[in-house]
Design a protein around this ligand. Structure first.
Ligand SMILES: [Zn+2]
Length: 125
């Protein structure tokens, strides 16, 4: 409890300090932003032009991959209920019987799944 109280004291002191110097901090931040406006703007523009396309490309790819992944997973889950896919309780990789998870080798083939134990699934991904 002593430790907790100490922490509270510290936080309280910090808050008091901040409150007392708030205007000073605000003025400082404002001054910094104003003085460096051009620099900050140039910096962000430069970053955009350098990494913009790549950055977008990466996110676009990531989103698409996940969209396919989610779609494949949903299709497979449904196929499981209709019997199109059959669950295996034996891990495809290590042949251990027990809890298995569905794994897609290829998301464009949602009904082609392998069953893996949690450990092997992790190793694959
Ligand atoms: Zn396994």
């Amino acid at each position: 409890m002593a430790h907790l109280k100490n922490r509270e004291e510290k936080l309280k002191r910090h808050r008091l300090y901040y409150a007392a110097h708030k205007d000073k901090w605000k003025a400082y931040e404002k001054k910094y932003r104003e003085e460096n406006r051009e620099k900050l703007y140039e910096k962000s523009k430069l970053y955009q032009s350098r990494h913009g396309d790549k950055y977008l490309g990466y996110h676009e790819k990531y989103r698409k991959a996940n969209k396919e992944k989610i779609k494949a997973r949903n299709m497979a889950r449904y196929a499981l209920t209709t019997g199109k896919i059959q669950k295996s309780e034996v891990c495809y990789d290590c042949k251990t019987k027990g809890y298995t998870e569905m794994h897609h080798e290829n998301y464009s083939k949602p009904y082609v799944v392998v069953w893996l134990c949690r450990r092997c699934h992790r190793l694959r991904e």
